[in-house]
Design a protein around this ligand. Structure first.
Ligand SMILES: Cc1cc2nc3c(=O)[nH]c(=O)nc-3n(C[C@H](O)[C@H](O)[C@H](O)COP(=O)(O)OP(=O)(O)OC[C@H]3O[C@@H](n4cnc5c(N)ncnc54)[C@H](O)[C@@H]3O)c2cc1C
Length: 422
């Protein structure tokens, strides 16, 4: 079986429990028999084939009970530990396959995990199995044209009319809004309450007359996110998480998942990507250039630091019932800024070739490129575009620094207390 990552990128497996190591063996066996000895990673497929493969791969994971691993069995999960979820994601990263789709990040990791924490029994039984089967795909309706970092300043309004919520407003930068059939969103339900207290977390069907979705073209030429108009959009009065006015607390749970949980997997993927850059520098004779050598060494050191940061986050995550707090911002800030550095270095190595990108572009819109991707100029230029987006989505770098300075270092607040997200 072709391992995509270098052995040097392997985590210290001995730190895991015997149960987790036993599960690792099962996962390796599964991946090896499903993917075969010639598998080189999803990045080695043509970009269009890669997308098809990821969808098909997801259905194989679902059939084999490998989605929602740590969710309770009664909701379609496997009742495994958080550590086993990490083990599965690590092994997938090493074999060059995703542990789910980009849509699963929104549906399983963000919404599903938040529903487990805040949902009532009916909601869990209704929504969670449909998320795992792929029948429901969720998008995130937080940002608005005048509310991004200052999320609590949002204006979308919801009120109960004849036992249903009626929602009016505009959401923007809604990732995969065009593919989703449900949106989780924050709406203002009390205009007189202080702004953090007047918000409610609602769940709204997308396929209805009051919802209009327009795709937005990105710098990369793709259209992965959307503007969504809500004009008297309707949803049942019971379709909310937490109580009326409790939306900010529900959102804090969700953003902890958005910002932190990749900490153990990122160092593996980023190390694979960096190995590819070492190779490209050597092929182009740039590994003798002192400035490039210095840049490569700095990136190497940063990925190693990222690995140890990952272990720290992992330890926090595996405590039963633990939720990641502001420390999730450390890993988000670290990986996203690193990725901008490494992709800028790649463009320096490419030189004028970066002006006419050629070859296979990234298939994924975010984060490190897929394992196995060839060293095409298009893959690195596309990765640079994705890297810039990475320092904005899920809370910009300035906002992460603000959270860290105030919540971790205890520095005085700057007055704009609401700059929390995302
Ligand atoms: C790829 C991608 C996917 C996204 N997907 C989604 C999604 O699915 N759903 C969703 O709701 N949103 C999504 N977003 C939106 C994202 O959450 C926002 O873009 C982000 O929170 C920043 O908000 P903004 O764009 O309104 O910028 P602004 O908040 O207007 O910020 C503009 C600039 O000012 C800085 N700034 C703002 N406030 C402060 C402050 N107090 N101190 C210092 N600097 C500050 C920011 O860092 C930034 O540089 C996505 C964004 C991207 C790039």
């Amino acid at each position: 079986m072709a391992r995509v990552g270098s052995e040097r990128s392997r985590p210290m497996e001995s730190m895991y429990t015997p149960e987790a190591e036993e599960f690792r063996r099962e996962v390796k066996q599964f991946l090896s028999s499903e993917l075969g000895p010639d598998w080189r990673g999803v990045g080695s497929l043509d970009a269009v084939d890669a997308r098809g493969f990821v969808e098909e791969w997801r259905s194989r994971l679902y059939k084999n009970g490998l989605l929602g691993l740590n969710w309770p069995v009664e909701y379609g999960g496997q009742g495994r530990s958080n550590l086993e979820v990490v083990v599965f994601a690590e092994e997938c990263a090493k074999y060059g396959v995703p542990a789910g789709t980009y849509s699963d990040v929104l549906s399983i990791k963000l919404f599903g995990n938040t529903l487990l924490r805040w949902g009532n029994e009916d909601q869990k039984r209704r929504f969670l199995p449909r998320i795992l089967s792929g029948e429901d795909r969720w998008c995130q309706g937080f940002s608005e044209p005048d509310a991004g970092s200052d999320l609590a300043g949002l204006r979308t309004h919801a009120e109960i009319v004849e036992s249903e919520w009626r929602i009016n407003g505009t959401k923007i930068w809604t990732s995969l809004g065009h593919e989703a059939n449900w949106m989780f969103l924050l709406a203002r339900t009390d205009v007189n309450a202080p702004k953090h207290q007047g918000l409610t977390f609602l769940m709204c069907p997308m396929h209805q007359e009051g919802v209009e979705v327009r795709q937005i073209k990105m710098m990369s030429g793709k259209s992965e996110f959307c503007e969504v108009s809500l004009s008297a959009a309707r949803t049942a009065s019971t379709n909310m998480l937490g109580d009326v006015g409790e939306g900010w607390s529900v959102t804090a749970t969700l953003l902890g998942h958005e910002r932190g949980e990749d900490a153990a997997v990122h160092p593996i993927l980023f190390r694979q990507e960096l190995d590819r850059l070492f190779q490209m520098a050597a092929e182009r004779g740039k590994n003798k250039d002192p400035v490039i050598r210095d840049g490569l060494a700095r990136c190497y050191a940063k990925v190693e630091v990222m690995r140890f940061l990952g272990y720290r986050t992992l330890t926090a995550m595996t405590r039963e019932g633990a939720e990641l707090g502001p420390e999730a911002s450390i890993s988000k800030l670290y990986w996203s800024e690193y990725h901008k550095d490494v992709t800028s270095l790649a463009v320096s190595i490419l030189g004028p070739d970066a002006l006419v990108p050629n070859g296979r572009p990234p298939a994924r819109p975010v984060r490190s490129d897929d394992p196995g991707t060839p060293n095409s100029s298009a893959s690195w230029v596309g990765a640079l575009y994705n890297a810039v987006a990475g320092t904005i989505d899920a809370g910009s770098s300035e906002i992460q620094r603000k959270i860290l300075s105030e919540s971790v270092l205890g520095l005085p607040r700057d007055g704009a207390r609401d700059a929390g997200k995302s």
